[in-house]
Design a protein around this ligand. Structure first.
Ligand code: CP
Length: 319
């Protein structure tokens, strides 16, 4: 594997998940694979889970790891071509990415959208240029529109924890006070639609009117504005806020009544609750859920290691 940026980069989904679960049983079985190989993790935005789980995964495989906090410690990056750099940007992505490719065998990049210009964000201009100019395999650590390491960890968690052959999985929009990207729900939807095609899950999305995700990521999902109906017989409920795609980057409603609490689980199949974290307690998700027996959020975060490790393993095998 030379690129991990979307579920489209995966040929065999079930095999990937099974291999990740095998790594979980034997984390250090491939310590020689990464010997004398270097992973560079480049962050243009904050991170806790992605930063630590990907480092841990690389260390389990025997790799060296370097972390670059580009937002704080790097030069201000120019991503446009054909501009005279007489403003605030200091280094062009053409040189910055190429230089990092000289130091690393595999690179990871996190770059959030600005949520100002939908066409610009959805073009994935920065991520695509980084891939093009660095010249080594690249793992997305969350791009403007997708977060594939999170979604792979989510699928691993569902496969690991499911009580029925084909669980009902519901993505439920949650309230928030800040305008958040669509990357996590786009990506979760993309992975669940593929899992549904392969007979692994039944997938439903519920959100208030105006929060429709881009259709390119939701083909095959059942979509409803009626949260109560969506939660009936749910086995897994994936809670996440996102800002509007249609009225790009806007918060359209305060989302009163959309927060999941124990009462909302009554019609579900004793649903297990997922969230990518970080989560705002008693705004996005109730404390009673987060502190209760139905919460999967910590196990889900733990599985980020095996998602990253299986992806790095696939890349190391092709170096
Ligand atoms: N879920 C997730 O990607 O967490 P971080 O932003 O802390 O990496």
């Amino acid at each position: 594997m030379k690129l991990f940026s979307s579920v489209k980069d995966i040929n065999d989904l079930k095999q990937l998940v099974n291999e990740a679960l095998e790594l979980k049983k034997d984390p250090y079985g491939f310590q020689n694979l990464g010997k004398n190989k270097t992973l560079g993790l480049v962050f243009l935005n904050p991170s806790l889970r992605t930063r630590l789980s990907t480092q841990k995964a690389a260390l389990n495989l025997g790799m060296n790891v370097m972390v670059m906090n580009m937002d704080k410690d790097g030069w201000a990056l120019e991503t446009r071509d054909g501009v005279v750099m007489n403003g605030t940007t200091v280094e062009h992505i053409r040189e910055a990415a190429a230089v990092m490719g000289e130091y690393c065998d595999i690179l990871g990049l996190r770059s959030f959208p600005k949520l100002e210009d939908r066409t610009e964000d959805y073009s994935e201009n920065l991520f695509r240029k980084f891939v093009k100019f660095c010249g080594v395999p690249v793992v997305s650590l969350e791009s403007a529109t997708l977060h594939p390491l999170q979604s792979l960890a989510d699928l691993i968690t569902i496969q690991e924890q499911k009580q029925t052959v084909k669980p009902k999985v519901v993505l439920s929009w949650a309230p928030h006070v800040k305008s958040l990207p669509q990357a996590v729900p786009n990506s979760f939807s993309e992975w669940m639609c593929r899992a549904q095609q392969e007979g692994l899950v039944d997938f439903v999305i519920t959100h208030p009117e105006g929060y429709e995700l881009a259709e390119e990521f939701t083909a095959g999902a059942s979509i409803t504005y009626n949260q109560e109906e969506a939660l009936e017989n749910a086995d897994f409920i994936y809670v996440k806020n996102w800002s509007s795609y249609r009225e790009y980057g806007k918060i359209l409603s305060e989302g009163e009544g959309w927060m999941i609490d124990n009462k909302k689980l009554e019609s579900s199949n004793n649903a297990q609750i997922m969230h990518c974290l970080p989560v705002r307690r008693d705004l996005e998700l109730s404390s009673e859920i987060l502190d209760g027996p139905n919460s999967l959020v910590i196990k889900e975060a733990g599985n980020r290691v095996w998602a990253a490790q299986v992806v790095l393993k696939k890349m190391l095998e092709k170096l």
